[in-house]
Design a protein around this ligand. Structure first.
Ligand code: PEP
Ligand code: MN
Length: 337
């Protein structure tokens, strides 16, 4: 249940309204938007008489029931788009932020060469996996803590903010200097990890699980935001369907729906969604066309020799060409790239 307050209500009145509900056993979310201030109740609101609650309060303009279980990430509760700022870069409505880099960090030379090149092409954030979740225990598992050190060195040399995947909560300290913590598809419902990154004061890139619904993705984001960290970027990275010709199926309607349902930024990952290099540029352009706030694209200085996901990685020239095409389209969409 959400109460929309009259404009310019004094803070003391809002505080006493909130504490009244909290004394009755409800939790609350206060959302101060540009158009209005809202107070959302969390708890057994089925027992609350909405009309009575509105009529008996001098500060409430109107109220409505929220059917969705997610509240903090719900656009109905929080009207303004969340724009995430990281190292001078913005992610959210009005921007098309491109994150690029290799699937995994292989060596300092490799990550530096890729970083300098994608930066020249105007990617704003560098990606690179240090801890890799692989289906096979025999596959390359990433450079791990050493890989994070390589990323930090490259961040110092280029100034690019870094995103890298965390696999479990024991790794939190290692990520101290990493700008954005990624939760991968396989960990989307690792609730202990979600609660832990909810305590961080840095952005979290939350990827949709291979077989998770849009609702479940929003509930996972709710875990992080309700734990105190409002800086969540959602990522549609393809879901598993009956189709075998692509690695996954990019669910573009999820991008559109997510933008409607939540105020959080939504990006797409055309690399893991397709698994095929030639599909990446068209899907990247499609993501921009349906309203994504950005993309994450895998790039490599030598895709044929990549230790992970070479078949879906663009080489550095292909990435530059894609960026040229995206820049034209971003201007049409009135988004800053
Ligand atoms: C990745 O981005 O490196 C990755 C492993 O992706 P996903 O979790 O979407 O499979
Ligand atoms: Mn990958």
């Amino acid at each position: 249940m959400v109460f929309i307050l009259y404009p310019n209500v004094k803070k003391e009145k809002i505080d006493s309204f909130i504490s009244g509900w909290e004394q009755k056993g409800f939790s609350t979310i206060l959302s101060i938007g540009t158009e209005h201030t809202a107070v959302c109740l969390i708890g057994n609101t089925a027992e609350v008489d909405l009309d009575h609650a509105v009529q008996t309060s001098e500060i409430v303009s109107y109220g409505k029931r929220i059917t969705e279980q997610y509240k903090a990430v719900n656009r109905t509760v929080h009207e303004d788009n969340t724009i995430i700022r990281v190292g001078g870069v913005s992610v959210g409505e009005g921007y098309f932020t491109v994150i690029s880099g290799p699937c995994s960090v292989e060596s300092e030379e490799q990550i530096l060469e890729i970083a300098l090149s994608v930066q020249k092409s105007d990617a704003k954030i560098l990606r690179g996996g240090a801890f890799k979740p692989r289906s096979s225990p025999y596959a390359f598992q990433g450079r791990q803590a050493q890989g994070l050190e390589m990323l930090k060195t490259v961040k110092r040399k280029t100034g690019l903010p870094i995103v890298s995947e965390i696999m479990n909560q024991t790794q939190i300290e290692l990520f101290e200097e990493i700008d954005i913590v990624q939760i991968g598809a396989r960990n989307m419902q690792n609730f202990d990890l979600l609660k832990e990154v909810g305590k961080l004061k840095k952005p979290v890139l939350l990827k949709r699980g291979l077989a998770n619904t849009i609702d479940e993705l929003l509930m996972s984001a709710e875990y992080i935001v309700s734990a105190g960290n409002g800086q969540v970027i959602l990522c549609e990275r393809g879901i598993r369907t009956f189709e075998t010709m692509t690695r996954n199926t990019l669910d573009l309607s999820a991008v559109v729906l997510l933008k409607q349902k939540t105020h959080l930024p939504v990006i797409a990952d055309p690399s893991h969604a397709s698994g095929i290099r030639s599909l990446v540029p068209p899907l990247a352009k499609a993501a921009l066309a349906v309203g994504a706030d950005g993309i994450m694209v895998e790039t490599h200085n030598n895709p044929a020799k990549a230790l992970c996901d070479g078949a879906q990685s663009l080489d550095l020239n292909q990435f530059e060409n894609l960026m040229d095409e995206l820049k034209i389209r971003a201007a049409v969409e009135k988004k800053e790239i």
